[in-house]
Design a protein. Structure first.
Length: 195
């Protein structure tokens, strides 16, 4: 078990953006804080992340994304928009794809969280192998979220149609527009899993 204390850092996740991030990111971070319920008291939350139990002390309204990246040190999950609309921050919470940028650490006591670093099993390994074999990513920034969503799709629908893929992946944006390669990768992974 790992005990992580955020000390004074827990309240700084958005404040630090005020000077170091581009203005668009600062506005998104500020908007996220403004529209989120205010729960600024520090809390101790126990969660399993990739099978390892962590006790995390942080403000209850700290997004899970920042707890994973800044407090636990797993950086595969990416910050994309801060509004749960791009999918770059997708993780599984109790087995369900979840946008970690808008999931508060105080709301997931006792949950099991899986990040891209913790994906295991035949489906996940096949998706990751296909992504590499077909050079699916261009810049790669959004791909952790793409891989999480693609793995969930194939785990629940081993023979997806183009329409199934489009529906399952619609919440994941790729600013490099590699959608045709993502779709081809999912089809190839489905073929390999069927063999």
């Amino acid at each position: 078990m790992t005990v992580i204390e955020s000390n004074s850092l827990s309240g700084m996740w958005a404040e630090d953006l005020s000077t170091s991030a581009p203005s668009a990111v600062r506005h998104v971070a500020a908007a996220s804080r403004i529209h989120a319920p205010k729960r600024e008291e520090s809390t101790m939350v126990t969660v399993k992340i990739n099978g390892v139990e962590h006790k995390i002390e942080a403000e209850a309204d700290m997004p899970l994304l920042w707890a994973i990246r800044d407090l636990v040190g797993l950086t595969g999950t990416k910050f994309g928009c801060g509004m749960a609309q791009c999918g770059a921050c997708t993780v599984y919470v109790d087995g369900s794809p979840t946008r970690s940028c808008q999931t508060f650490i105080g709301d997931i006591e006792g949950a099991e969280v899986t990040t891209v670093e913790g994906l295991k099993g035949k489906v996940a390994e096949t998706v990751q192998a296909v992504w590499a074999d077909l050079d699916v990513p261009q810049c790669g920034y959004c791909q952790s979220g793409q891989i999480m969503s693609a793995t969930d799709l194939l785990a629940n629908n081993p023979k997806p149609t183009d329409a199934d893929i489009d529906a399952a992946m619609s919440g994941n944006l790729c600013r490099c527009a590699t959608y045709h390669r993502i779709r081809a990768g999912i089809h190839e992974a489905a073929k390999r899993l069927e063999a």
